[in-house]
Design a protein around this ligand. Structure first.
Ligand code: GLU
Ligand code: MG
Length: 463
């Protein structure tokens, strides 16, 4: 970032300040997501936005080594209290927060003082990979689904941190939607006011569980939206006296919260997931992209299922995608291929990555998915046969015969797969790759010997 760019950024901010001050905005939230998947933040009073835009806001690089309980790993490249990074708001995504009156919001990129992007900054990494893919002629459209549970804020008299479902109606039940009538309306209204295009809002399967899905957009936009939607859900929930959790597994039993990612790869205005001669209409490039994601899924889980709690969720027959396989509209394979209805396929066809959850840093996960898909494109990879049943209903032998691999069943397994995945570690670079592995191992050590119920309780209110 040179002086001219700093000046340009300042000018954009000055214009925004004028507009925002007229509508009563007082402060601007400047969030980023750390390696462990927690959204951290600083904020500035509105008048300071121009200087923040030009020079950034100071923040220690220590957060690269933060764990979900706020302890810090002393890593090779992360976790040091020395140095300073500059948080630069991306004003192209400046948003008036409907759930926090008086506040605006702009996600930040973390730069060094010399104006270069910080090598461990996940949003900068995703921008770089998106650009590289565009250089090869491809764009990606993506969306994160968001599942969460709503709890009564007070918990139980003897355990204020207990999860007490705030809704009693049945899964997908109209009763449950009626129970959240006012809350759901306020949420839809807030998201709409923030220009988030909601596709659906519905009661999910687990106790107290709800879901919002949003329209696809460019990869950085999708990751930003995922952060913004969750912040909005939290804010509106607080207004309604609810406590919410996006944790992969809120209690040890039952179904967890997923954070599925929808992806389609495009060349100019052609959706490559449709209109080709391959299985279910895939083009060769669409298939290659998907095959790349499938091939790299074990390592990708260190990004997309980044918590010890993620592996309590990622079990067969829970719609979590516990097997490395793909199928048409198969909710038990890691990759669910979606064509859409006849007539809308050109815009609708996409692949849903089901194994991942909302503990993920969405920028890291999306960067990993792009790197994996790009490797598939470059190699012209092909997919195995699609799977038309729940792989969990087969014997080990049956799965072997069908070419269905299991996925890592623990965070340690996923970290090892990540470390030995040259496509992912080369795309991410040495510093970030090492820090990701160290932060994951830090969480593993944190929960050493802790029961599933203990892990679920400890993670519950962190995500
Ligand atoms: N809650 C499930 C999960 O853990 C997903 C349910 C669905 O397919 O939407 O991913
Ligand atoms: Mg769902």
């Amino acid at each position: 970032m040179d002086l001219q760019e700093r000046d340009e950024r300042r000018a954009v901010a000055e214009a925004a300040v004028e507009e925002l001050s007229e509508i009563g905005v007082v402060g601007v939230v400047l969030p980023w997501v750390d390696t462990s998947g927690i959204t951290r933040t600083k904020s500035v009073p509105l008048g300071k936005l121009p200087s923040a835009a030009a020079w950034g806001v100071g923040m220690s690089p220590v957060f690269d080594g933060f764990l979900l309980d706020d302890s810090i790993v002393a890593g090779r490249y992360a976790g040091s209290a020395l140095g300073d990074l500059r948080l630069h708001p991306d004003l192209s995504r400046l948003t008036l927060l409907a759930g926090q009156p008086g506040w605006a919001w702009a996600p930040v990129d973390r730069y060094r003082q010399d104006g270069q992007p910080h090598v461990q900054d996940s949003r900068s990494l995703l921008r770089r990979l998106t650009g590289e893919l565009a250089g090869e002629g491809f764009t990606v459209k993506a969306a994160f689904e968001i599942e969460w549970v709503a709890s009564q804020a007070a918990g139980l008299p003897d355990d204020p941190d207990a999860f007490v479902p705030a809704l009693t109606g049945p899964a997908y039940g109209l009763t449950r939607l009626i129970e959240v009538s006012d809350y759901g309306r306020d949420l839809l209204e807030a998201l709409d006011a923030q220009n988030v295009v909601v596709d659906q809002f519905h009661p999910e399967y687990a106790a107290g569980q709800l879901e919002v899905s949003v329209a696809a957009e460019d990869p950085i936009g999708a990751a930003d939206t995922s952060v913004l939607v969750r912040a909005t859900i939290r804010a509106i929930s607080a207004q309604h006296g609810l406590r919410v959790s996006f944790s992969p597994k809120v209690t040890a039993e039952g179904v967890g919260n997923g954070g599925h990612v929808h992806l389609s790869v495009w060349r100019e205005d052609q959706n490559l997931m449709n209109g080709g001669p391959g299985t279910f209409g895939l083009t060769a490039d669409g298939e290659a992209f998907m095959a790349g994601v499938l091939d790299h899924l074990p390592g990708l889980l260190a990004l997309g299922a980044p918590s010890v709690a993620s592996y309590l969720r990622l079990v067969p027959s829970h719609w979590a995608g516990a097997y490395a396989a793909w199928g048409l509209e198969n909710r038990e394979t890691a990759l669910r291929f979606v064509t859409g209805a006849d007539g809308e396929r050109q815009s609708a066809a996409n692949v849903e990555v089901k194994s991942v959850d909302a503990a993920a840093n969405p920028y890291l996960l999306m960067a990993g998915l792009l790197a994996a898909g790009r490797a598939g494109l470059r190699a012209g990879s092909t997919l195995p046969e699609p799977v038309g049943i729940d792989p969990g209903t087969l014997t080990d032998e049956g799965r072997r015969d069908a070419g269905i691999r299991g996925l890592p069943t623990s965070l340690e397994e996923a970290v090892r797969a990540f470390e030995s995945d040259a496509v992912l570690t080369e795309a991410f670079g040495e510093e970030l790759s090492v820090s990701i592995a160290e932060v994951r191992r830090g969480e593993i050590a944190l929960f050493d010997g802790v029961s599933p119920a203990g892990v679920a309780a400890a993670v519950r209110w962190r995500h």
